[in-house]
Ligand binder design. Structure first.
Ligand code: ASN
Length: 334
């Protein structure tokens, strides 16, 4: 890559309305910038240790991710999604896709094997290159993705309130040197629980289509937004038109988690796939299991690991919290 990265500027995003300086790759960093990276990595290590520990304390199984599968998240229709390209490759004469999220695997594993599970999984989303400027998009990132059989949305939200606040308390207790080095120790606070919950329809009446950006800049603590129309696997009440799903929004950084109670009934899943023009042949196994009544009600969510750390350390760009940045439109050597 060249010294100064030039990125298209049409679509300036959530963090600010001015062009962002793109994070440098490792070999371009000064000593003090390397020290900062080191502190950020230590904060991330501690956060992952805390979060995975909490999941295991609560009886979750830790599963390893899959990279190539016939079925992955359609990421469609989702107003937040903007993919430049979908990766499909042929292996052993079959077409497989790189993981966009582990949602389908979670639904199947949670129904057939583990009532409580989590996966720390890489997601490959080739975002449009303009998204370099949002400061919160990376074309590879990681989710701490989890699912609980028979859980309600409320159960999941309360659990997330708990672990987000817990991870910040734990960081303040055990990582004070790193937080001081990053100059955020004093401003980092543990929010009050439970986090406030807004309905997307109310936000839309107040702010219009741009509600997500508006609420992101208005709040000082994480807040929940529920009832967001999106992919087929999120539960939708056809009568009321309400979606039983949720996003967690972080002040100034935006959405860090999305999740829902899931659809499990075959006829609803089929109806929604058809309505959304999502190819049914890409979801053969899920449909077969649902038809046989083997998909169980569950709820879950996925936490964007790099976004959560960006918010905690006050990063200007998500690429700062990746040792090997994955910025839309910029391909580094490593
Ligand atoms: N992980 C999300 C969920 O559990 C799905 C996604 O990332 N698109 O609902």
């Amino acid at each position: 890559m060249s010294e100064k990265q030039v990125v298209p500027q049409e679509s300036l995003g959530i963090i600010g309305d001015k062009a962002l300086e793109m994070p440098k790759s490792l070999e371009q960093l000064s000593e003090s910038e390397i020290e900062r990276k080191r502190c950020i990595s230590r904060v991330m290590t501690h956060m992952l240790k805390y979060l995975t520990g909490e999941f295991m304390n609560k009886g979750f199984e830790w599963l390893l991710p899959a990279i190539f599968s016939k079925s992955t998240d359609p990421l469609w229709p989702d107003p937040g999604a903007s993919l430049e390209k979908r990766i499909e490759v042929e292996i052993y004469g079959e077409t497989v896709r790189t993981t966009l999220s582990m949602i389908i695997h979670k639904m199947v594993a949670c129904s057939l094997v583990h009532p409580k599970l989590f996966i720390l999984s890489p997601n490959v989303r080739i975002e449009k290159r303009e998204r370099a400027n949002t400061g919160i998009n990376a074309y590879e990132f990681h989710q701490l993705d989890f699912e609980v059989r028979n859980a309600t949305s409320e159960d999941i939200r309360r659990f997330v309130d708990e672990i987000i606040c817990g991870s910040i308390s734990s960081l303040k207790k055990h990582m004070n040197d790193e937080l001081l080095c990053l100059e955020i120790y004093h401003s980092l606070k543990v929010s009050e629980k439970p986090f406030r919950v807004y309905d997307r329809e109310d936000l839309e009446s107040k702010y219009g289509k741009d509600w997500e950006k508006q609420i992101t800049f208005e709040v000082d603590d994480p807040v929940w937004v529920t009832n967001i129309p999106r992919e087929f696997y999120d539960f939708e009440d056809f009568e009321s038109g309400k979606w039983d799903n949720y996003d967690l929004i972080l002040p100034k950084y935006g959405e860090v988690l999305s999740g829902s109670r899931r659809e499990w009934e075959y006829s609803k899943i089929v109806r929604k796939l058809e309505r959304d023009s999502v190819k049914k042949e890409n979801y053969k196994l899920l449909l077969k299991l649902a038809k046989e009544g083997k998909i169980k009600p569950s709820a879950g969510a996925g936490i964007g690991v790099e976004r959560l750390v960006s918010w905690i350390v006050g990063a200007k760009h998500i690429g700062e919290v990746q040792l090997f940045p994955r910025i839309p439109g910029i391909v580094y050597d490593l």
